[in-house]
Design a protein around this ligand. Sequence first.
Ligand code: PMP
Length: 404
Amino acid sequence: MQVTADMRPLDVLADFPAIPSGWAYLDTAATAQKPRPVIDAITRGYGETYATVHRGVYQRSADMTLAYEAARARAAKFLGAGSADEIVFVRGATEGINLVAQSWAVSQLRAGDRILLSQLEHHSNIVPWQLAAERIGAHIDVLPLTEDQRIDLDAMAEMLTSRHRLVALAHVSNVTGSVLDARRAAELAHGVGAKLLLDGCQAVPRMPVDVGALDCDFYVFSGHKLYGPTGVGVLWGRAELLDAMPPWQGGGSMIDKVSFERTTYAPPPGRFEAGTPHIVGALGLHAAIDYVEAIGLDRIDAHEAALVAETRARLSEINSVRLFGPENSAGIVSFGVEGVHPHDIATILDESRVAIRAGHHCAQPLMEALGVEATARASFGVYNSADDVAALVQGVERVTRIFG
Ligand code: PMP
């Protein structure tokens, strides 16, 4: 295979101890492998510097509080947030969306208000809104997709009404890799006075993100898809929105003063972080952000775009392969092989030491729109190279031979 400039490996594979030689890990959209600096930050956090945050008066705890808050400031800078106080640490994107649904939506929306989602959303950007809508008496509308499975923003322009209070969309689809024109989505949403939440799970690991430039109102992502630990993620919200939001979970740390007569709450972000947080997770996330920024998100974007282009070109040469999503998808290629269940594709690829995901990818409404039960999905990360694409294509050719 001809190796183009951008398909040269980023030369970081040696940073990833859990990727053995000859194993093509193509499931980064599910979760990314961890580089040594992230593993070291976690080991140091538990093995050398561990203590609680925000409470202890002793030096170790004060130092850990500084480190935890430094991670928050790092996440703010990473997203282009106005202030670290706009960064709420959560368990992941799922929890971030549930927080906005249960706190912002339940307190701000009224019966009859409308929420706009799209057909390609992950279940975690659907079900929290259904739960909130049920409590509020609000309605959910669903944006259709274009022929190449992007969110149809022309349809959005037609569907939006003054009853729409919130639009919640994936910045990058976890199934098709399609990239939202987030600025246009923000302009349309704001045009009717609605807020825009972006699910950035699949965007932050593969492209530069600046919430100011995108002009969204909430942004969420999970640490584990950004080469960081599981159990930690970020909700960014505009300061004035967070300020007006009630707590959604009660407990230690989120209060100002507690009495049985009347409890008052801490300002954001503490108001939304009840209980002892995932302290070391935040340190790991800090290291992960440093790691991807040291490589450069523009470089990662270009690298993955080249791998996607090669994958799509090579797979489209195989007659029985059906490719989903737009040509210029970001880091993710979903496909099917005629007459073969995606689980069988993944099992046969596994025999060739190629790891892909097969299933509905927590996007059953999208599967319905595609007219399939499941897809096979290859997704790329910083450690992948043209060799991994070659292994994938050979594996798929083997699938077609086995199934005749
Ligand atoms: N949204 C998208 C687009 C995702 O890809 C995922 C993870 N597959 C999620 C939300 C949920 O992320 P988590 O399970 O880490 O909360």
